[in-house]
Design a protein around this ligand. Structure first.
Ligand SMILES: Cc1ncc(COP(=O)(O)O)c(C=O)c1O
Ligand SMILES: [Zn+2]
Length: 396
């Protein structure tokens, strides 16, 4: 049972029927799923969620799948929101929670988007999917496609962490390593997809991955008893999580599950690849591509994102901000938070901690604020890149 109504373009307002395969709007914008939220609020009480299974599919009616027979799940979502008392004390803020996305089936939050996108692709009869990936999404797609009986074609930069490369192959995907970045991978797929019969599941170039990612917003609301935090800090590449959570908050308000208060949304990028930060600081509505992108946080190595304008809108509407942190800063946080909280952060998640420290020092985050940060993947997926970087730092 789903309350989906239609698919719509947030830029030109064009609308599309549900039961067709869609990529971008002809105007070039990502497409978003719209729900009949009036009917949803009458038919679905938030209290009815309490007894449901601890996966993102507990928000089943607010996800786009029609028939449960097509649901492809490995138990993704409903990850813990862990209190980080030591980190909060160190930074001088009231409350810090870590949304620990490492506890997803393939060790990253990418499982959310790909469980929903692969389920829907299966429902619409797709036989082959292709993905350009900074790393984790490729591994995740490979897993869900295997479970769905769909062929997966994964394109990653050749210096992607080994775990991502190895896992994709073990799940039976065809992996191509590209001498370039995620955008170059995307270009190759665009060139070959028609001849190869691939459905392109690049993030925000199809409407369903963002639906999976929005469940992070539903979960934070539910886990905090329907009172959102003051600030959410999110490591931003393609921006799917940021845009998804913002969409979730609007849906919940329309259903009467939440009031009007919203968190200030903070986008963190790496200083070696920070197109959104540059655009935000420059007062721009879209972001110029970043040249020579370089960072150890491979998930943040996204020089150009198709949803740049939606990210910038979200940050501004929420009265949030965007900032970048250096690789040295984020690397320094990994052993610190490891000792303080017993969580092995990925570099992208560690960027959130460095940002939290900067923003509290600047006074942008106040001592009375309640803050959620994301650990978007497990540090265990980065051993080959972390080992040389961390041992170099330890011997400094
Ligand atoms: C671990 C990790 N964190 C953050 C990101 C960025 O996510 P998004 O595309 O939602 O901005 C990625 C994307 O590859 C990632 O793998
Ligand atoms: Zn459009």
């Amino acid at each position: 049972m789903t309350f989906t109504k239609e698919i719509a373009c947030p830029r030109c307002a064009r609308r599309f029927a549900l039961n067709q395969l869609l990529n971008l709007c002809p105007c070039g914008s990502p497409l978003l799923v719209r729900y009949d939220l009036k009917t949803a609020s009458a038919g679905l009480a938030k209290s009815s969620l309490r007894d449901r299974a601890p996966t993102l599919w507990r928000y089943r009616e607010l996800l786009p799948l029609e028939d449960d027979a097509n649901l492809v799940s490995l138990g993704e979502g409903f990850t813990p929101l862990l209190e980080a008392k030591t980190l909060a004390r160190e930074c001088g803020v009231q409350q810090v929670w870590i949304k620990d996305e490492a506890q997803n089936p393939t060790g990253s939050f990418k499982d959310r988007g790909l469980s929903v996108a692969v389920s829907r692709a299966k429902e619409l009869g797709v036989k082959k999917v292709a993905i350009p990936s900074a790393g984790n999404a490729g591994g995740s797609l490979a897993a869900y496609a295997a479970r769905a009986g769909i062929e997966a074609y994964v394109f990653m930069p050749k210096d992607t962490p080994l775990a991502n490369q190895i896992e994709a192959r073990q799940y039976g995907a065809r992996l191509t390593l590209v001498d370039g970045l995620i955008n170059d991978c995307g270009r190759i797929i665009a060139e070959r997809k028609v001849a190869q019969g691939w459905f392109d599941v690049s993030t925000l170039k199809e409407p369903y991955r963002v639906e999976g990612k929005k469940t992070m917003g539903y979960e934070i609301a539910e886990q905090l008893s329907w009172k959102l935090p003051d600030v959410i800090i999110y490591p931003t590449g393609g921006g799917t999580g940021l845009i998804g959570m913002w969409k979730a908050f609007a849906e919940m308000e329309e259903m009467g599950w939440l009031g009007k208060d919203r968190p200030r949304m903070v986008s963190v990028q790496a200083s070696g690849c920070a197109p959104i930060v540059r655009a935000f600081d420059g007062g721009k509505d879209t972001a110029e591509p970043w040249q020579n992108a370089k960072t150890i946080a491979s998930g943040l190595r996204v020089p150009q994102a198709v949803a740049d304008f939606l990210m910038l809108q979200t940050i501004r509407e929420s009265k949030g901000t965007a900032l970048s942190v250096s690789d040295d800063e984020l690397l320094a946080e990994i052993p610190r938070v490891g000792r303080a909280e017993g969580i092995f952060f990925c570099p992208e998640g560690a960027a959130c901690i460095a940002a939290l420290r900067q923003l509290t020092q600047r006074g942008w985050i106040k001592s009375s604020d309640e803050v959620v940060i994301f650990n978007t993947a497990t540090g265990l997926k980065y051993l080959d890149v972390l080992q040389p970087a961390l041992s170099r730092k330890n011997s400094d």
